[in-house]
Design a protein around this ligand. Structure first.
Ligand code: SF4
Length: 174
């Protein structure tokens, strides 16, 4: 069996360049994993879910969808914005590494690493630690150089492109 990577996908547009990069640089089987309980409101969760389905179809990779949705954790957050994002990265890293471990993937990574707007170095630490916790290797990629290229592909494919990060606090501008 070829080695395999479970790619956490935050939304369709962010996934396009990441999938291209992984295909270009590795001979691994790639499976997408949509797991974003942070997204608010639910209609937005479904829009990003929809763009992810379209992106994976366009790139011809299989996709696993996690339907769980949890506004309370983000809505009731009382700590700093930085700590909230840390929690949010950790939740999604944990879901993905756990799923990768259960399904026998050797590697895992995330399309969050394409975003120039996230705390890249903090995510790197969290994904490294979480991979160790579940015995799955974190495949680190700095996808950021392809951010604009991915967004251009998303326009060409007619994918929905959101204007805020995702949680209720980010929707409210916090
Ligand atoms: S701003 Fe983005 S990364 Fe931070 S908690 Fe909200 S959805 Fe998560």
């Amino acid at each position: 069996m070829a080695e395999s990577v479970l790619l956490h996908i935050c939304c369709g547009p962010c996934s396009l360049y990441c999938i291209d990069d992984l295909k270009r640089n590795f001979d691994y089987e790639i499976t997408g994993y949509y797991a974003n309980p942070n997204i608010h409101p639910y209609e937005e969760f479904m829009r990003r879910r929809g763009s992810t389905v379209k992106a994976c179809n366009a790139k011809e990779i299989p996709l696993i969808i996690e339907e769980s949705y949890n506004i309370q954790k983000w809505k009731k957050w009382e700590g700093s914005n930085a700590d909230r994002c840390k929690m949010c990265y950790t939740v999604r890293a944990d879901m993905t590494a756990k799923k990768a471990s259960e399904l026998g993937f050797k590697y895992y990574t995330s399309t969050l690493f394409v975003s120039p707007y996230q705390n890249h170095e903090l995510m790197k630490e969290i994904f490294e630690e979480t991979g160790n916790k579940y015995g799955v290797k974190f495949l680190y990629r700095d996808f950021r150089e392809g951010f604009r290229q991915g967004q251009q592909q998303a326009r060409e494919l007619g994918l929905y492109r959101q204007k805020y990060c995702g949680c209720i606090k980010s929707l409210q501008g916090e």
